[in-house]
Design a protein around this ligand. Structure first.
Ligand code: 2AM
Length: 183
């Protein structure tokens, strides 16, 4: 099963991001970008890739143990940017303001994955919310991106283990397990 660990986004925020894309005419202005279907928006903490079905219970336990000692926190979304950078955009994201609890819960889950020998993508973690992926080469003017701004905040109460199913129609995601942050 193709899996990742993520923070799910409140439906009101998903809708606000969908509206933001429409209101700024981004589909028309940036046609080379495939905008993420609002219902698929999420914040990835760790991408695991293929996990054998028999290892899923162990991953659930790691997610539960990793979240236990962390308090609920607030995600503040602010500003837009691109990976790897604006001159060679591949991904368009909304930024996340520094949030120590987000980093420490991620670190604890990763420690659990390391201890159990479960693979995850070890690229440096830059907290972000992907809203679009470049499908064909595009030049984006920095002024265009810089003048767009999306801000919102929402409380995070749980961390989820997700399954990703890829198909020619795009990805679809299913929650396999969610673990509440401690009080
Ligand atoms: P993202 O966090 O930038 O959106 C499911 O595929 C999720 O895992 C996607 O949201 C994706 O990117 C994230 N992800 C992180 N590393 C990945 C990788 N090496 N391959 C596919 N998805 C990855």
């Amino acid at each position: 099963m193709r899996c990742f660990i993520s923070i799910e986004i409140e439906s009101s925020i998903k809708k606000a991001i969908g509206d933001f894309i429409e209101e700024n005419n981004l589909r028309k202005n940036l046609q080379q970008i495939r905008w993420v279907n609002p219902e698929n928006l999420h914040i990835t903490l760790a991408f695991l890739g293929e996990v054998a079905v028999e290892r899923i219970p162990a991953v659930k336990k790691i997610v539960a143990e990793g979240t236990l000692n962390h308090h609920p926190f607030t995600i503040k979304l602010e500003g837009l940017g691109c990976f790897p950078d604006i001159r060679r955009p591949r991904v368009v994201w909304i930024g996340i303001k520094d949030e120590p609890e987000l980093l420490s819960v991620r670190e604890d889950i990763n420690k659990g994955l390391d201890a159990a020998g479960i693979f995850y993508d070890k690229k440096p973690f830059l907290p972000h919310l992907t809203i679009g992926r470049v499908k064909s080469p595009i030049k984006i003017q920095p002024e265009f991106i810089n003048k767009l701004n999306f801000t919102a905040s929402f409380p995070v109460q749980e961390i989820s283990l997700m399954e990703s199913n890829l198909s020619p129609k795009g990805a679809s995601y299913t929650v396999l397990f969610s673990s509440a942050l401690g009080e």
